[in-house]
Ligand binder design. Structure first.
Ligand code: MN
Length: 236
């Protein structure tokens, strides 16, 4: 039986869609995976040892994704229960073809394209969770915590490109994708050893150094050269 034949007890939740550059088609988001501490200098600024071991993965809810496409006037309300909201600019991988135990050599067959996202973080709640050994959902997985650019269709595993974020026009984060501890191929390959990745899954790949606080009234912009840009305003 298809869902068209099912009577729903409540209203169907809306699909979470991202525009695709140069196309009328939209990309439906399924799951949102994130990699923590994937740039050595950011790991150090968070007081962590960047020695390469295993990547840290966490997730955000699908509907935390908000299209913050350049020029669409995206506004994100300052979230509750924090006084230290931080920006983390990240390259985001979009999966077009599912699979598990994907080898690095095969990653290109599974990538639909890339976008740019900000992993908004309630840093005060994250610090508290780390101290108590508690999970990160309250710090990372809140409403509208994943503003995203449009997606750029590109199937190969990219290995370099400037990544940057500015607040009110002042550059706060600037790095290069080539400095990721785990590159695109490794991230997809390792994640697919834990999950059967499916079309629509997206993966935030971690942030370079320079994370910091943002407040209501500020405009956040960011991008990855050759991939795209995003922009949004924090409101009260
Ligand atoms: Mn992050």
């Amino acid at each position: 039986m298809t869902s068209d034949n099912v009577t729903l007890a409540i209203e169907k939740p809306p699909a979470v869609l991202l525009p695709v550059l140069g196309s009328d088609a939209s990309f439906p988001v399924r799951r949102v995976y994130c990699v923590g501490r994937n740039y050595a200098e950011h790991a150090k600024e968070m007081g962590q040892d960047p020695t390469k071991s295993k990547p840290i993965f966490f997730m955000k809810p699908t509907d935390s994704v908000v299209a913050a496409v350049e020029g669409n006037g995206c506004e994100i309300a300052y979230p509750p229960q924090t006084t230290n909201l931080h920006h983390e600019i990240e390259l985001v991988i979009a999966i077009g073809k599912g699979g598990e135990n994907i080898t690095i050599a095969d990653v290109d067959k599974h990538i639909f394209g890339y976008g740019v996202g900000v992993d908004l973080t309630r840093r005060d709640l994250q610090a508290e969770a780390k101290k108590k050994g508690q999970p990160w959902e309250l710090a990372k997985g809140f409403d509208n915590s994943a503003p995203m650019s449009a997606l750029c269709e590109k199937h190969e595993a990219i290995s370099d490109g400037r990544i940057w974020l500015s607040v009110d026009g002042v550059v706060r984060q600037e790095g290069d994708i080539k400095d990721m501890i785990w590159g695109v191929g490794e991230v997809v390959s390792i994640l697919s050893s834990y999950y059967h990745l499916m079309p629509g899954d997206i993966i935030f790949t971690g942030t370079p150094e320079g994370v910091g606080a943002i407040n209501a009234g500020q405009v956040v912009s960011g991008g990855v050269d050759g991939i795209g840009e995003l922009s949004f305003t924090i409101t009260n």
